[in-house]
Design a protein around this ligand. Structure first.
Ligand code: SF4
Length: 207
């Protein structure tokens, strides 16, 4: 059994493998990704780039991301791709961390841009939403006394689901649920080649 993936932290002694990884990353643009309150579908659009990812990786390295399993941003990043809206205190902290460490933040997909499907709870109210899910659930066992889960390690839900730009400044917005892989590629390719990010209407309209 291996120890599993390790973060490249400045606090840990580096192994030869860490040094090799750091050497390969030197000089490349750093991209970080995060999924807040979303379904990971926008991230799948990035994976859907398939073989187009390979030449990009000559110029771009992926820092904190569920693709790399690096849990915290390891240093200054050029671009952060944010999927999902803000639905709990942990999402707020993570999004602020991204804003602090990324030069450019891209709001990726409907959930990040305006709350998306999770924001349907905004029209109900948090109290009623929790009661429906936990107290009055049709799947509750008769005779049980259901409670709303409460634990210090469970992030506290925000009163509503917020789009990312209502929490921190976002630089670009990529619409869609999810955005197409072509739209994600347009962003990453522009970043990799030092061009301004420009998204033609064909990639941002779904009529
Ligand atoms: Fe999933 Fe759509 Fe939200 Fe992306 S925008 S996280 S695909 S629900």
């Amino acid at each position: 059994m291996t120890d599993g993936p390790r973060e490249l932290s400045h606090d840990l002694p580096r192994t030869p493998a860490d040094e090799a990884t750091l050497e390969a990353r030197r000089g490349k643009l750093k991209v970080a990704t995060i999924s807040l309150c979303g379904c990971w579908g926008c991230n799948l659009s990035t994976l859907d780039l398939d073989e187009r990812l390979l030449p990009l990786l000559d110029r771009v390295t992926i820092d904190r991301s569920s693709f790399t399993d690096i849990k915290r941003i390891t240093g200054r990043c050029d671009v952060g791709l944010v999927e999902g809206g803000v639905a709990n205190e942990e999402n707020i902290e993570t999004l602020r961390h991204f804003r602090e460490h990324c030069d450019v933040l891209v709001s990726v997909g409907a959930c990040a841009n305006w709350g998306g499907v999770p924001s349907l709870r905004n029209s109900i109210g948090l109290g009623e939403c929790l009661a429906t899910a936990f107290l009055d659930s049709p799947t509750a066992v008769p005779g049980d006394r259901p409670t709303i889960p409460l634990h210090p390690e469970i992030p506290q839900l925000t009163d509503r689901v917020y789009p990312c730009h209502e929490v921190v400044h976002m630089d670009y917005f990529l619409p869609g649920c999810p955005p197409s892989n072509d739209a994600v590629f347009a962003v990453l390719d522009a970043v990799a080649h030092g061009r301004p990010i420009e998204l033609p209407t064909s990639l941002t309209h779904f009529d």
